[in-house]
Each structure stands twice: as structure tokens, then as C-alpha cells.
Design a protein around this ligand. Structure first.
Ligand SMILES: Cc1cc2nc3c(=O)[nH]c(=O)nc-3n(C[C@H](O)[C@H](O)[C@H](O)COP(=O)(O)OP(=O)(O)OC[C@H]3O[C@@H](n4cnc5c(N)ncnc54)[C@H](O)[C@@H]3O)c2cc1C
Length: 476
């Protein structure tokens, strides 16, 4: 029994993307930190999220490339997919990254790691196993879990979520995915390319948070790879068939129909992990989307902050990391630290990738901020032609004076390209800043510069200036 009360400066609950960043930064500044984790160090991203999903997509991409070599003059080959070995690759990638997030590393940094579940006992005390922690500040970084809707028959069939799908060692014969968001579609493409039949059932529009035009192009492309994507279709009930098969009854525009499959993945959204925390005892208000925080990420108990998925905003690793930076600024340095949601990008890592930041065209129009939308297709980019990756385009949404207020990119490497646009939006750059730098040729990123140049296309009637624009378009 350890009945000593710990009194660190900061107590972090949850050792995932956000919590680890706070703990590491605080320890490096010499501040005393207790970090509490009830399950796996690294949280969702490392163990059940970003890392395994990207590793599985990489395997699928390789299989797809083998099937389509002939466009480069190399014979098509049917890949011999050993799914157990693919999963070894996935877990090998997790294993390679895991030491960075390990108890050993954090202990060496000076963090006291407690491997227990945490709960508040009053407004300034947390209990974790035998440990009582009375910290100056607490950071709730408990992440989120798959939200499994109450579907009739669900408890009679075996189903998977992101927490269990990466433990499989056999390729599903027919994977039915409930949910057409980024997680559902990434898993759909990875499994399809590795040889599974895949059906996605989405109650609303697939990729409903993205620019509708760009999302549609991606969905059509995924359908072209043989993924059956049914939108405006709800999973109504489930039935267990013989030999492990599942019948999924769906209701949509055509009424109720049945889809028979071998495996069901539920990817219908996320809910914050708050249940175990006894937040009422700490005076921390919360709702279904997460802890209620102000723009400084402070909860209704000013001693307690919430970050990442638990804070109810955009649920991405880089957002959790960004939140961690803000909280560190506020707690350690008392510097002004306000969340700026408009500077947060996101990417769906299908092939092609779909990356977005800021306002979509429709949002900018509805908010009365839309000046011009600039576009450039990948098909007009020399590198995309050379690589045979011509699907996609960039859309730049501009506001007053040509300020860049939103960017969506669909195409190969869109996630990498988004780095530059995230900088542009964060720094309030204008299209003139983009026309004013030299892009190396031939790179896919040139699509952005070409789109930016088109801002000036109808700015003048002067033939000289129009000629200059044409020149810039050709050689700029
Ligand atoms: C399949 C999938 C793919 C994804 N891909 C991407 C991607 O490509 N890019 C991206 O940016 N994001 C991606 N995400 C989202 C990303 O994983 C999350 O946004 C990120 O992990 C959130 O970090 P966090 O620190 O808030 O929570 P987490 O990383 O989930 O960490 C929370 C930790 O808190 C612990 N915990 C919970 N309650 C308690 C308690 N009471 N006591 C002690 N410990 C507790 C949990 O065990 C967990 O380890 C993906 C998610 C999924 C599911």
C-alpha cells in the first residue's frame, strides 16, 4: 500500500498523443510531472489508430502498385498477400515507434509514470490505484473510444472496431464497414487493395466534413477500385448466419435490403473517455462531445485543463499535440495561449489523399468571406503526369485582398503538400506570397503555385499584363 500523497506541479491523465507531449515538455523544463495511464502507453494513435492504419494502407498501396505496373511498362502481377505477414509488418511499425512513448523513456526524462486508472475524488485530488495525487494543475488527456450505436442484433454477432481490427491475422473475405468517415474509408481501401471484398454503409454522406466536390471525386475513385459505398443508407439490424457469416440489413432509398459478409467493422464515430474520471466530484462540466473548455482549454475547474479528443473538438493527433503546446505555455510560462481552430488541417490518407484546412468554398460563401476560388488540376502538372498520378486538384479559397482562408487538396501527396498551406493559413499569407516564391520543378506542389497565379487572371484588361500572366502560368 502506497499511501504517500504525491504533490507534483502537473498531473497528466492519459499517455496518448496529447498527454505524452505535455509530460515530456514539462519534464524537460524541470517541472515535476505525474503521468497516469490505465492501458497502453502511446494511446490510440500508436496502438489502434494513425500508426497501424497508415502501415496497413502502405501494404495495400504496394499490392495495388503490383497489380498496375503495366502503365509504366512493367508487367502487372497478382500480389501474393500473406495477411498474417502484413499484420506482422503493421505491428513491427508500432514496435519501432513504441520506445519513444515507453514508461522507460518517460521515467528517464524524470516523469513519474503510474500505470493505473485515474479518477477525481475532489476538486484538486486524483486517485490512481494506491496513489493519491494533489497537483497544482491537472491535464485531462484521456482520448476517445469507438462509439458503437445500438444496432439490433449487434450483441449476437462478432464485430470489430479500430481497437480490435488490427489484431486479425486473416484477410476478411467480405468486410462490411458501418461508417463512411475517414477511418471507415481508409480501412475500406486498405482491405480492398489487399484482396477483400468491401462494402461501406454510411447513414449520411461519406466524408461529410470535407468539401463536397472533393469528397465526391475521392468517393468515385474508391468506387472505381471496387469498393461498394452506399450512402444515405442505415444499418438497421444484424443477423448471424452459418459458418461465421453475418447478414446486415440496411435501409436506404431502395427500402430494406440485406448484405451478407464475413466481417463487420464499426467505424461510426468516437466518444470521449470521461466515464471513469468522476468529473462531477471535480466540478468539471462535460457533455457527450467532451469536457467543456474555453479557448484556453481550461475546464469549469480552473485548475484542470482538457486536451485532444477528450476536449471535444477536432479529433486528430496533431490537434492533441497543438493543445499540449498551448497548455504548456499557459501552465509553465503564463503566456497567452488561445486555440485557433482555423489553423488546424486534417488529412484522409487514402490514395489519392484528401487534405483540408480552413474554410471550404461553401463555408466561405455562407460567411460572406468568399473572394475567389482558385483551382489547378493534377492532370496539368508535369510530375503528376510522369508519376501517372493525375487524379485530383487543388482548390484555394481566398478572402479579402487575396488572403488564403481555406485550401483543399485531393491528390497524391496531398498530406505532405498541406504543410505549406497550413503555414500559409497560420501566418495569414496571401496568394501574392505564393506567387512570390520559386517552386522546384517538377514537383506536385507546383499545382498550388499555378492555382495562385490564376488569381490575377481577370484582374486586368491590359494585354501586356495578360501576356505577363500567361508567361507566369507557363514558366512561373
Ligand atoms: C483508426 C484511426 C486512425 C487515425 N488516424 C489518424 C491520423 O492519421 N492522423 C491523426 O492526426 N489522427 C488520427 N486518428 C486520431 C488520433 O488517434 C487521435 O486524435 C489521438 O490519438 C488523440 O490523442 P489523445 O491524446 O487525445 O488521446 P489518446 O491518444 O487516445 O490517449 C488517451 C489515453 O488516455 C488513457 N486513459 C483514458 N482514460 C483514462 C483514465 N481514467 N485513467 C488513465 N488513463 C486513461 C487511454 O488508455 C489512452 O492511452 C486516428 C484514429 C483512429 C481511431
Amino acid at each position: 500500500m502506497n499511501d504517500k500523497v504525491l504533490t507534483p506541479d502537473i498531473c497528466v491523465i492519459g499517455a496518448g498523443s496529447g498527454g505524452l507531449t505535455v509530460a515530456a515538455a514539462a519534464a524537460q523544463f524541470g517541472v515535476s510531472v505525474v503521468l497516469i495511464e490505465r492501458h497502453k502507453m502511446g494511446g490510440d494513435c500508436l496502438n489502434y489508430g494513425c500508426v497501424p492504419s497508415k502501415a496497413l494502407l502502405a501494404a495495400g498501396k504496394h499490392a495495388h502498385a503490383m497489380r498496375h505496373g503495366s502503365i509504366y511498362g512493367i508487367g502487372n502481377a497478382a500480389p501474393d498477400v500473406d495477411f498474417a505477414a502484413v499484420m506482422e509488418h503493421v505491428h513491427g511499425v508500432i514496435g519501432a515507434i513504441a520506445p519513444n512513448d515507453s514508461v522507460e523513456r518517460f521515467t528517464a526524462l524524470g516523469v513519474q509514470v503510474i500505470q493505473e486508472e485515474a479518477r477525481f475524488v475532489d476538486e484538486r485530488t486524483v486517485q490512481a490505484g494506491n496513489h493519491t495525487i494533489r497537483a497544482r494543475r491537472f491535464v485531462i488527456a484521456t482520448g476517445s473510444s469507438p462509439m458503437v450505436p445500438p444496432i439490433e442484433g449487434l450483441d449476437e454477432v462478432e464485430y470489430f472496431t479500430n481497437e480490435t481490427i488490427f489484431s486479425r491475422t486473416t484477410l476478411p473475405e467480405h468486410l462490411i464497414i458501418a461508417g463512411g468517415g475517414p477511418i471507415g474509408l481508409e480501412m475500406a481501401q486498405a482491405h480492398r487493395r489487399l484482396g477483400a471484398q468491401v462494402t461501406v454503409v454510411e447513414a449520411d454522406k461519406a466524408l461529410g466534413k470535407d468539401d463536397p466536390e472533393m469528397a465526391r471525386l475521392l468517393i468515385d475513385r474508391l468506387k472505381g477500385e471496387g469498393i461498394d459505398i452506399r450512402e444515405q443508407t442505415k444499418v438497421a439490424r444484424l443477423e448471424k448466419l452459418d459458418e461465421g457469416q453475418i447478414r446486415v440489413y440496411v435501409s436506404g432509398r431502395q427500402g430494406e435490403t440485406a448484405i451478407d459478409g464475413s466481417t463487420l467493422l464499426v467505424a461510426t464515430g468516437r466518444r470521449p473517455n470521461l466515464q471513469a474520471l468522476d468529473l462531477e466530484k471535480a466540478g468539471v462540466e462535460h457533455d457527450r462531445s467532451g469536457v467543456k473548455v474555453n479557448d484556453k482549454l481550461r475546464s469549469t475547474n480552473s485548475r484542470i485543463y482538457a486536451i485532444g479528443d477528450a476536449a471535444g473538438g477536432l479529433q486528430f493527433t496533431h490537434v492533441a499535440n497543438y493543445h499540449a503546446g498551448l497548455v504548456i505555455r499557459a501552465i509553465l510560462f503564463r503566456l497567452p495561449a488561445r486555440e485557433k481552430r482555423h489553423i488546424l488541417p486534417w488529412v484522409t490518407y487514402t490514395d489519392p489523399e484528401l487534405a483540408h484546412i480552413g474554410l471550404t468554398e461553401d463555408q466561405a460563401r455562407n460567411e460572406g468571406k468568399l473572394n475567389k476560388v482558385l483551382r489547378w488540376p493534377f492532370a496539368e502538372n508535369d510530375r503528376a503526369q510522369a508519376e501517372r498520378k493525375t487524379t485530383g486538384l487543388i482548390k484555394i479559397v481566398t478572402g479579402k485582398g487575396g488572403r488564403i482562408i481555406g485550401v483543399t487538396i485531393l491528390g497524391a501527396g496531398a498530406g505532405e503538400m498541406m504543410n505549406m498551406w497550413a503555414l500559409a493559413v497560420a501566418k495569414g499569407l496571401k496568394v501574392s506570397d505564393i506567387t512570390g516564391y520559386v517552386a522546384p520543378y517538377p514537383t506536385l506542389s507546383e499545382v498550388g503555385k499555378r492555382a495562385a497565379v490564376s488569381y490575377y487572371a481577370d484582374k486586368t484588361e491590359s494585354p501586356v499584363v495578360r501576356g505577363l500572366i500567361r508567361f507566369l502560368r507557363l514558366f512561373g
